[in-house]
Design a protein around this ligand. Structure first.
Ligand SMILES: C[S@@+](CC[C@H](N)C(=O)[O-])C[C@H]1O[C@@H](n2cnc3c(N)ncnc32)[C@H](O)[C@@H]1O
Length: 228
């Protein structure tokens, strides 16, 4: 995801630091403490500009969300969306805004995450979303793909029993790769389609920035939901 150079980027991120967990390894095993509740936690790795995770956090106030994004200029846009929601809640003088889903249930990690087990403890999560992940087209970079079998296994190490990983992509080769990795890992496919928009799966209801762009271009969206 390309972004124009943003003036005073560090300063802008600093101003939104209340939504950033700057030392995520230290938060391992303590994420529910950070959110201040025992609600289930869902993660989007590569959340981009945050449309998907912000929409989820508002629609499901009784869930917590962690958006992970390695590019500062990109995560800034996600943080701004969250801050705007928070500010609307304050304008409404809405003291119970957390319960109403107006704020408080979304945090960010502004890093490129490698091993997710360094950040989350066993069974700390209830779902992982991989939306339009970078394809890393060269074979020698296959291990960097977020749906590589080693990574899938690591997600299920930090996921609660019966939790899921959802993958959306426009990229046919990446989708084929994901299906091979799912097979290799022996994971159970619960939902799958080559055309999410035409399907009846709930996953079509909340879109990402990339998803909107690709759908406008008339591209089909590949989607798969797996369990351990
Ligand atoms: C193609 S964009 C998709 C963004 C968003 N999910 C969407 O669908 O609109 C992929 C994003 O994932 C981020 N990313 C890739 N690998 C990552 C990692 N290991 N940790 C954090 N962010 C990552 C990239 O910086 C990029 O912004």
């Amino acid at each position: 995801m390309r972004q124009r150079k943003i003036k005073d980027l560090d300063c802008k991120l600093q101003n939104l630091s209340e939504f950033i967990v700057s030392e995520p390894e230290a938060a391992r095993g303590k994420w529910n403490e950070i959110f201040g509740n025992n609600n289930p936690i869902f993660v989007e790795i590569g959340c981009g500009k945050g449309q998907f995770i912000n929409a989820h956090s508002m629609l499901y106030p009784n869930r917590n969300y962690v958006g992970i994004e390695g590019q500062d200029s990109v995560i800034l846009r996600a943080l701004e969306k969250t801050a705007a929601t928070e500010s609307r809640a304050k304008q409404l003088n809405c003291d119970d805004s957390r319960e109403k889903g107006l704020s408080g249930n979304i945090m960010y990690i502004n890093k490129f995450v490698g091993d997710i087990t360094e950040i989350f403890a066993s069974r700390e999560l209830c779902g992982v979303y991989l939306n339009f992940s970078d394809p890393w087209p060269k074979d020698r970079h296959a291990k960097r793909r977020l749906m590589h079998v080693d990574r899938l296994r690591s997600y299920f190490r930090v996921l609660e029993e019966n939790s899921f990983v959802e993958i959306k992509t426009d990229n046919e080769e990446l989708f084929e790769f994901a299906l091979m990795q799912i097979k290799e890992g022996g994971h159970f496919i619960e939902e799958i389609t080559r055309d999410l928009k035409a399907s009846e799966f709930k996953a079509k209801n909340i879109t990402t920035e990339y998803e909107d762009k690709f759908m406008l271009e008339g591209k089909n969206i590949n989607y798969v939901k797996i369990r351990a």
